[in-house]
Design a protein around this ligand. Sequence first.
Ligand code: BTN
Length: 225
Amino acid sequence: MGRVSSTQDVARQRWAEGSMQLGDAILAEAQSSGRGRFGRTWLSPAGGLYATYIMPVDPLLSLRAGVAVARALRDLGVPAALKWPNDVLIRNKKVAGILIEAMDAAAFVGIGLNLTESPLETATHLAAEGAATDRQPLTERVGKNLFQNAAPSDVLAAYRTFCATLGQNVRILRTGNPPWEGTAEAIDGHGRLLVRTAEGLVTLASGECHHLRPGRSIDPSGVSG
Ligand code: BTN
């Protein structure tokens, strides 16, 4: 498709009408109302990859999707890594984001990947990293990785290998509560992040994670129960 409002909306609408099924995808060249996690706008000019894949609901889907994109980029020779849960980074800059929305038995896995420009200064794009930017083969490769039905143990193993968050000092933003700060120690079997804070080990099923600069001291006053 050319320009759409949001591939998420198109996919959800078509699913509700019964004209799409599990395994299908909606691809667009640009979006006028792209959306990201936490209700943010996802700027979507022409020159990016915008796709929504319709997948079965799966407790590890967030990690599975991150691994699918990171692996596709690594196959291009790009050192892609994941910031928990599934921001895709190259050299610590975001190159792709993933939004997962569920409806009935379907999960709508929306992927936005910067190919030839990055709408935000803090982000990067594949061309800047010297990688190929052809949309079609990348979309196919991501889809193939997503739908290969890897066993949970394999998803977790790959995720832990690709995860740039492990060992980092992190800040986890929490709605209505002060952030957690600490060291990211592990990813458990449910894909949750275990963070060692001044108050002990906390287990996070979701949240917005920021990597703090290595060596930055942790301020215990920012930590709450
Ligand atoms: C994030 O906040 O990091 C997730 C961004 C997800 C953006 C993609 S682009 C394709 C799909 N359609 C949308 O409106 N959002 C997702």
